[in-house]
Design a protein around this ligand. Structure first.
Ligand code: ZN
Length: 221
């Protein structure tokens, strides 16, 4: 296993690459911003990752994971997402409070323990937030990247919540919005920047902001 700092960089670079699949290199400034460190600190780290042969790094241009870096990043993500699933499904913690725990445990869980957790969970493909769990072979189930913010009125299934703030997740759960939930987008108000929805389990219409809708991935139902 790599140090937790290295693992966090790899995970972050992977996430940023996913967000802009068309640009081969992630600017160091974005990595630094995401990890709340100075660009200087991130640059120093890039040289370490380069030495450990985990990235391709071109100064002033950006960074991308090489095969070994990608593999290591996906192992961290697998641990993170399986831990979250375990905490919710087996230990019955609330889905809003497991991310921070997983941020710590993802760096220390042994392969043996992870395999056992995966078995107990019945080899889940997605975590409690709907994020795909990479397989032990490093394959990631593909997922639609369409957000509710981009959708026209119609019927959708919520597939993933791409936000970790506990208060935000609690608010969503109160509205009945969790992965797997059916929802009907009734109207978009582009002046107020709001969407009006009907959620399968809730009797009433609810309004959510456009910025909240950007965190919700959906597929047509
Ligand atoms: Zn998480």
């Amino acid at each position: 296993m790599h140090s937790s700092t290295v693992e966090n960089y790899l995970k972050t670079i992977w996430g940023l690459q996913q967000r802009s699949p068309d640009s081969p290199l992630v600017p160091i400034g974005r990595v630094a911003e995401k990890l709340s460190v100075t660009p200087g600190t991130a640059t120093t780290m890039m040289n370490q990752l380069l030495k450990q042969e985990l990235v391709d790094y071109i100064p002033r241009k950006g960074v991308s994971l090489n095969v070994a870096g990608r593999k290591a990043a996906l192992q961290v993500l697998r641990r993170h997402r399986l831990v979250e699933s375990f905490l919710v499904e087996i230990m019955k913690l609330d889905w809003a409070e497991v991310h921070e725990e997983a941020e710590v445990l993802e760096h220390v869980i042994s392969e043996r323990l992870l395999t056992r957790m995966d078995q107990m969970l019945g080899h889940p493909t997605h975590d409690p937030h709907g994020a795909p769990i990479p397989t032990s072979e490093g394959e990631v189930p593909s997922q639609s990247t369409q957000t509710l913010a981009e959708c026209s009125p119609g019927d959708y299934t919520l597939t993933r919540v791409r936000e970790n703030r506990p208060d935000f997740l609690q608010w969503l759960a109160q509205l009945g919005l969790k992965p797997g939930t059916f929802l009907r987008l009734i109207a978009r108000d582009s002046f107020a920047d709001t969407l009006t929805l009907m959620v399968a389990e809730g009797p009433d219409q609810v309004q959510i902001s456009l910025s909240a809708a950007k965190s919700l991935l959906v597929v047509p139902a």
